[in-house]
Write a protein that binds this ligand. Structure first.
Ligand code: RIB
Length: 303
């Protein structure tokens, strides 16, 4: 059994700024760093650093994608299924404030050039029982989900970033839905459930709307929740000084699903994922901030 992360690979241009740029303002950045990112790549790295056999599928630009592939290969992710397309790789412009907050402009590039044929080619290499991990930064996801479901794969969806494309997806086929409170509220609103601020109410709404799906909800400072049928678990955060929140959610997803694949309980998986993402928040950059499992386990001792 393997984890197949079919998702985005982006070059992240991270600008350190005193505050987010305002309309009409020209703002000098105090620093700029270039990192490998993309929700797909980050989650693939989180799986590999957790210790699972991990394959990345997706697309990069033929001219500028090499650094993305090398970053994955360095941590043992198989990149044979990453396609090379004409034109640029996906990239982002990220503003990072002294408080550790960020905002992101995303250019899809090669990530949005994935075709039905590409999906068919990748899924030929997958087997029943494999885990397919998806986010919302590539093209062809509805078709990909349909085909993977027919094949008997476990489908994990992190519906991020949330936008109209989410509602073209066959969400009832998702086994694990991993999302934050903003994504949860946006999805529930579309299903006719009015905007709700309360974390527990969001979990109730998701469990009612998707009764066949295991829901994992992250609630910022309020921690995280798991809900499925009669089971519910809550986990608090491990407080840390925020340096950069980029990829904290991706780290959480990789570690949570990694633990579930390894036969841990949802409560244990929430705890490990909470610690892994706390470590990621304390470091700058997307993929470089994702910890290895030994570091997470060391920090969890006696907690
Ligand atoms: O989740 C963080 C990621 O979102 C960044 O690495 C950026 O590339 C965007 O896809």
């Amino acid at each position: 059994m393997k984890a197949l992360v079919f998702g985005s690979l982006n070059i992240d241009y991270v600008y350190s700024v005193p505050h987010f740029v305002q309309p009409g303002e020209t703002l000098a950045a105090t620093d700029r760093q270039i990192f490998c990112g993309g929700k797909g790549l980050n989650q693939a790295i989180a799986f590999a650093k957790y210790g699972l056999e991990t394959w990345q599928a997706g697309a990069v630009g033929a001219g500028d994608g090499q650094m993305l592939l090398e970053t994955l290969e360095k941590v043992g992710v198989s990149t044979n299924l990453v396609l090379k397309k004409e034109g640029p790789s996906g990239h982002t412009i990220i503003q990072n404030t002294p408080e550790g907050e960020n905002n992101i402009i995303l250019f899809g590039g090669a990530n949005q050039q994935i075709t039905k044929e590409d999906v068919d080619g990748v899924l030929q290499k997958a087997e029943e029982g494999d885990y397919l991990i998806l986010q919302n930064e590539i093209s062809m996801i509805p078709y990909l989900m349909e085909q993977a479901y027919k094949k008997g794969m476990h489908i994990v969806l992190n519906p991020s970033p949330v936008n109209e494309k989410i509602f073209e997806m066959p969400l009832e086929k998702v086994e694990y839905l991993i999302l934050n409170e903003i994504e949860a509220a946006a999805i529930l609103e579309k299903y006719g459930i009015p905007k709700m601020a309360e974390g527990e109410m969001l979990l109730d709404g998701l469990m009612e709307t998707f009764p066949g799906t295991k829901v994992v909800l992250t609630l910022g400072k309020e921690g995280s929740r798991y809900g499925y049928h009669q089971e519910r678990y809550a986990q608090g955060i491990f407080p840390v000084k925020a340096v950069d929140t980029t990829a904290a959610g991706d780290t959480f997803t990789g570690y949570f699903i990694g633990e579930m694949i390894n036969g841990k309980t949802p409560a244990q998986a929430l705890k490990t994922a909470a610690m892994a993402s706390a470590i990621a928040v304390g470091k700058k950059g997307a993929s470089p901030s994702i910890p290895v499992r030994e570091e997470v386990e060391e920090k969890l001792k006696d907690r």
